[in-house]
Write a protein that binds this ligand. Sequence first.
Ligand code: SIN
Length: 480
Amino acid sequence: MKYDVIIIGAGVAGLYCAKHLPQNLKVLILCKEQPWECNTFYAQGGITIANGKDDIKLHIKDTINAGSNTNNINAVRILSENSIEILNELLQDNFNIDKDKDNKILLAKEGGHSISRIIHSNGDGTGRMLHTHLIKNLKHTLWKNANVIDLLIEDDKVYGVCVSTKNKLINIYANNVIIASGGVGGLFKYHTNAYTISSDIHGIILEHNLSLNDMEMLQFHPTVFINTTNARKQLISEAVRGDGGIVVDNDNNRFLFDYDKRGELAPRDIVSRAIFDYCNKYSQKAYINLSAFSKKAFQNRFPNIYRQLTSYGLDIPKDKIPIFPAFHYSMGGITCDLDTRVLGMKNLYAIGECANNGLHGANRLASNSLLEGLVFGKIAAKSIVSSNISTNQRHFPINNEVLQKEGDLKLKNVLRDIMWNKVGIARTKSGLNSALSGVEVMLLGNIGRLLRLRLLVAKKIITSALNQKNSIGAHYLIKE
Ligand code: SIN
């Protein structure tokens, strides 16, 4: 079995890349379970688009401000300059973008944005709508329940992937492999990610001595609904705050202004830290107060959040929503260049959340991630078409390492606790060191491959955090 291109992951980056790969190429998209179990599907806020050419400069500035001035300026430029073309493509393809009664595109504002420039679809259903749209128009083959458990690499070339399907392990060969596998949400006790997002491919990258960059830069979304027991938390989009939702404590005190003059609309790292600090310091709880909305207005603008919260028994917008931060997004990832090529490899590419080209710096600006998937997904397709690489016929042995062993599930939960408590919103050197010891002990145990891959990534995150001696962006160190 040999393909021109294998894409690992069926989120926005993988699917938009596939859309731009010519039909005469033999392309295979692999997704771990069902295609909709990806972070794209759960994205609510929208897609940032520079509001005309004149806004590009300001969008770049906002992105870099949010990223604590550590972004790769060239990556940010590419993102913003391509955004208008992306909007035109979406419109041409009849993607349903929310408009007002005069047919003008509605624009939302979120934390860290100086102006309203975020397009959305079905109110808070942008990710779901975009994903459905891309799947509906997909012209290449997609396999579900195909879990990539290894990359077939020799020297500076990848020859394919080893896949665990429902009943067997197989090697599939390709001229090019694109990684679009998302982030690392499954490492944390509380997160907003799809349950398939478990960082396996990041672990495989480490096993092959390839590089992960900025791994200490992990974003915690400030506002998730906390009154559920599951690890995956219901996101309350930043757009709710952009449209007038306010963060308050038990006594309706709007405490975020004690931390930053932008209040609810400061960049995410600042808002998350403020909520974390305030609640811990003053034994308070945090809520979103929706008194700025009428029932009808909220229901129209945020139909999915409304439905979910109502199903949990809340009377919206009358009731305040109990919230707290949870892990949301990884700024760090597989080191690649601006053409999406993985560092040190000729025909391996990385796009979307799993990739790191320095775009987000130390903290991602709200709603830049769907745009990133679209822009760099398209660039990956162009890079492949122009490089025309063909790999020799090769046969690799199947990787037969046992995937899961008895006891792994328990240890996976121990790992999630460690990451949440010691490698979370606020870190200490001693906490990081104790997390490292815990992970190293687990790595010595009799464990399956999938847990080992997670542990390798956790170890990388912790050592990156220990090496980053100063607080910056999402990496916040408390002095002891
Ligand atoms: C949100 O709607 O708040 C999440 C959007 C994003 O992650 O940028």
